[in-house]
Design a protein around this ligand. Sequence first.
Ligand code: HEM
Ligand code: HEM
Length: 339
Amino acid sequence: MTSLTLTITETLRYRGAIGQWSWVLHRLSGLGVILFLILHVVDTSWAVFYPGEYIRAIAEYQTPLFTLGEFALVAAVVYHAFNGLRIIFFDYKPERWRYQEIAAWGVLAATAIVLVPVFLLMFGHVNEFYFGDEPGNVLSLGEVLGGQIRFVVGMGVALIVALVLSALYGAIRGEREEKAGPSRFEGFWWSFMRISGILIVPLVFGHLVLMHVLQGVFDIQFNAALAEHAAVGAVGMGVNVTGTAVEFVADRWNTLVAGVAIWRLYDGALLALVVTHGFNGLRYVFTDYARNETVKRGLVYLCFIAGLVLLVLGAGALLISVDDTAIQLAQEAFQHLYE
Ligand code: HEM
Ligand code: HEM
């Protein structure tokens, strides 16, 4: 952990040096996005496997804590994307290196220029939801934190499993010094991080524009009026109780264009790229800071296992998709959501 301390102290010592700050911001923004991604892929799979839980997860997104997180998430994605493109540019054009400092400032400026209108549009949705004529129902902070505790436990269990596996491996094979220096394996990942980064830009920006700017997280699940009808047991009384988040996902995933489920393909490509890129990035961060061989190997296992689990879960949900039973279960769960 000494190099973690070094990162912090050196960053503070060299305050003002834009290169160092860009590196820290790139790392922090990548870590923030991957933390969200873990919750997000698990949550999304619930639309198929546990529809009632998905309804609840989206209701948790429609609370002040997640609203703040949503602004931070969008800022992190935009900064990380622009700065990632800057890194890629100078990797391929090292002869332009003398411009790297100005480019780092350019990234900050471009991030601010994009975020101002985006935040204004997002704030329009926030304002309407919390302060409009018919404000939405909001779960309490306790309910939201209660829902997230499962993720903390899950991540803790995954970490313990990975460390135990690493200790077992060490006990059986004996501890050996890892080969230092460039290898074909690392060369592959170096290129993968750059190519995947470029491919992710249009996919993740398209996803975010749709989910935040055009319609907003508050429209994924109809909230206020529907909840009122549902609370008085409107089902079967002629009121059409529709508009749960599970129906929103079903609509998108079951849309066919020329016989092709285009949104499933889109989400599948996004899933494969962001999970692989994100977990390999996490591996870089872990291996930078872990000194003990067993811990370091355990953390690498953790990245591999967690990435694989998310890929299988996300792809499973996409392949199975949402059916009528899931929609019905979601509608029933929705009626008791704000009781
Ligand atoms: C708060 C912000 C976000 C919201 C509200 C949101 C919403 C959604 C929704 C409703 C779906 C379900 C499928 C669909 O309708 O297409 C979905 C799927 C997905 N989202 Fe997001 N998204 C957000 C941010 C992100 C970000 C930043 C990433 C990438 C880092 C991302 C990656 C994905 C992936 C990979 C899937 C497919 C998951 C699967 O296959 O099970 N999302 N998102
Ligand atoms: C939006 C497009 C993106 C671009 C252009 C991009 C680009 C990059 C680049 C060039 C690197 C440096 C790789 C290296 O050091 O060899 C990187 C690292 C990283 N990326 Fe991304 N990335 C993008 C999206 C994402 C997403 C969605 C996540 C999270 C799921 C993520 C998480 C990370 C992490 C954790 C690192 C490691 C940071 C470090 O070593 O300090 N990136 N990215």
